[in-house]
Ligand binder design. Structure first.
Ligand SMILES: Cc1cc2nc3c(=O)[nH]c(=O)nc-3n(C[C@H](O)[C@H](O)[C@H](O)COP(=O)(O)O)c2cc1C
Length: 220
């Protein structure tokens, strides 16, 4: 699969099998992540690879529970439904839709590691650069995984409700942020295209490209 196809067909994968992943392949994927560009060359990141059964199970549970909290806040409650019933629906929905996260053989945590790389006057911009750089590294991993038929899903919101617990599971000190995490595994079938609700929200690409000056979306 060439780079264009891997980028075009990468999808957020939320269904996994327990098929194992070869160590040598995993190493190749990690190396692809870590050749990503990094602002000021700071490499203010690390990747934590979790393969141990108990730790993996705890991370999957934490993410699925967090997804329940996320859906409760992000999805509107149906008419006439009490807040308690809405929360119960959201939790159940997360448990049902993400149940196979417990099967994925690997969890990858993309963590932000402060490198004290910037003077005070550059610190705010530096923090943004560090986060962007971690995003680039993870995207490299996602594309490389896709090229090998493996699924991932960038996850930043579902662990937000329990970051300290996540830190505890993998022994991260408080200053290190598990900003983005993903299962890594084999989907039963690779999802093709976006689900209808997301597809209908997708803006035509030309409307997101402006030529020369702002306000000139590319003509069709
Ligand atoms: C910054 C960022 C954060 C995301 N956080 C989550 C998340 O917490 N949980 C999740 O299931 N998907 C998450 N996603 C995946 C998006 O929902 C997904 O990429 C989007 O719906 C488009 O689908 P696609 O990746 O298949 O093209 C995130 C994506 C990005 C870029």
């Amino acid at each position: 699969m060439d780079a264009f196809d891997a980028i075009r067909t990468r999808r957020a994968v939320r269904t996994y099998t327990d098929a194992p992943i070869d160590d040598a392949l995993l190493d190749r994927l990690l190396q692809m992540a870590l050749v990503a560009p990094s602002g000021s060359g700071a490499q203010a990141w690390s990747i934590l690879v979790v393969r141990g059964g108990e730790r993996r199970r705890r991370i999957a549970d934490l993410v699925i529970d967090g997804a329940g909290e996320y859906f409760a806040r992000m999805r509107p409650a149906a008419d006439g439904i009490t807040p308690e019933a809405h929360l119960a629906w959201a939790r159940d929905y997360a448990q049902t839709t993400l149940a196979t996260y417990r099967l994925a053989p690997i969890w990858i945590l993309g963590v932000l590691v402060p490198r004290d790389n910037y003077p005070e006057s550059m610190r705010e911009g530096g923090a943004i650069d560090d986060l962007l750089s971690l995003g680039f590294a993870m995207e490299n991993l996602f594309i490389a995984a896709r090229a090998e038929g493996l699924g991932t899903v960038p996850t930043t919101a579902f662990q937000r409700f329990a970051k300290d617990e996540l830190r505890e599971i993998v022994g991260l000190p408080p200053e290190i942020d598990p900003a983005i995490i993903t299962p890594l595994g084999t989907p039963p079938a690779f999802p093709e295209g976006l689900p209808p609700a997301l597809k209908s929200m997708r803006r035509p690409w030309r409307t997101l490209v402006h030529d020369e000056t702002w306000g000139n979306p590319r003509a069709s």
